[in-house]
Design a protein around this ligand. Sequence first.
Ligand code: AGP
Length: 566
Amino acid sequence: MCGIVAGAFQDNVIPFLLYGLKQEEYRGYDACGIGFLEKKEIQIVKKIGRINSLVEKVQNLKGNIGIAHTRWATHGKNTENNAHPHMSMHRIFALVHNGTIYNYKEIRTSLMQKGYVFYSQTDTECLANLLEYEYALSGNILEAMQQMQQRVKGTYALCILNKEEERIYFMKKSAPLIIGIGKQGISLSSDIRALEQQDFSVDLDEEEYGYITKENYFIYNQNQRVTKKEKPIQKNRFQKKEISMDCYMKKEIFEIPYILENILKKYENGFSAEIINLFSQASKIVFIASGTSYHAALIGSQYFSIPTEIYFSSEFITEERKIHSDVLYVFLSQSGETMDVLKALEFVLSHKGITLGIANVENSTLLRKTQYSLQMHAEAEVAVASTKAYCAEVLLLYLLAKYDKISFCKENILLIIREIKEHLKNVESIENIAEQLKEKEHAYFLAKGKDYFLIQEASLKIKEVTYLHSETLYAGELKHGPIALIDEGFPVFLLGNKENNEALLSAREEVEARGAVTYFMTYDAKQDLGFLPLMTDFFLLAFYLAQKKGCDVDKPRNLAKSVTVE
Ligand code: AGP
């Protein structure tokens, strides 16, 4: 989703900003823009579409103090006016914003009554004008920011240019923002990836605000200066180095066996006593996640011997929801920044529930806010479509469920990993299926029982990257309505156990009799995690089909790597 990068540099900061935007590209966006200071004036350049077109427009420009943004459209269409940075009416401030302002309409109306004119449909523009208005009253930017903090309801990471000063102001609430420190100067970003050229980082906490200069940074909380620990920034973490591939999705699918081996190594000697206590003392485990992580929770929760419940994070908060002290609330998220997950977490924490966060991104908000945390160790996942993180999540849940007998399970896990490696060597048949699906518009995925959780993920992956409309069905339900759509050449995937699959076989006959083209995919359900090689096949199928259809595999339309809005 939206990405922020900003810098106050000794030299031209624009190349750094462009590099940062590129690093954040994987998050998904519709438009981008840069704002910088030039002789006490704020210059702004925006473009709809890819960063490369912005690069063409700004590569010969120079400025030492600048802010930049990638926008994923929420409030208002994808237009240049709606792209960031947004300027205040009298061009005193320009700002970039990640997050959502819930009461923007009310603020906008009251500012319009005071004579402010608005040029965009965004929630963000009201912040630029509100800041200008408050600044006119107090004559002090930090004070104006505090006033703004009190007035605004919502979530935000903000970087602000003031035309008079060689500084970048910032504010943060429920959206990530990090300070970068390096020889060239000081920077800010919503994503550590954009700060790789810097040496140290400082994480900002809730409701902190302040400013950076070319030499230093100043953080405040409720008027008090705050000092924080600087952490070294790990370099080259996100390059396509381990396996050289033309795109991240493919690379990440091919990394699955290595990631699983790594996770096994990390946890083969068990988990900390603290984590074991959590699971051994809980009367029930409630899993909360979204999208692919939710699918991983559906399947991974099956291995626990105590009762489990699984919720979409966006559906967790209801008036009736009770939080119990003997229940363990497990939040599962690749990014650790999914807003729905963080909102559900806030809810559980506010009701004093016991929380465990499992995320792939080190130091993510989820891992910092839960009382207990575990890292997924799937290494950086860049493609929007989550593949290796799904496998990592499933394995991690399996290991947690078997925490007292991991050594007994190790052989089986290694066997599964070997099987995945074999599947990755034999991709031809998958490529052939992809070829057959190229011109299709719809597909059905059928399964029975718990296998339904697997086709949910397979179907999501196909949808996400290939735009093929696919639907999941319990095989037995087919004849109660959905079979009406089957006609000549309609693709139907059937997924099931190698044995006892009579119901699937009869579903196959029913659809074949009506002209469907069927793909019967089986796995050995007697082996724990026996479905993982098959899931790898589905990931590959999604990849090859997307590639054959000429889709942007790593950055599918309308999607974002981490969904940081509700
Ligand atoms: C996965 O392919 C999707 N892009 C999406 O469903 C994702 O899994 C979901 O948004 C949750 O993300 P998280 O794991 O980072 O919380």
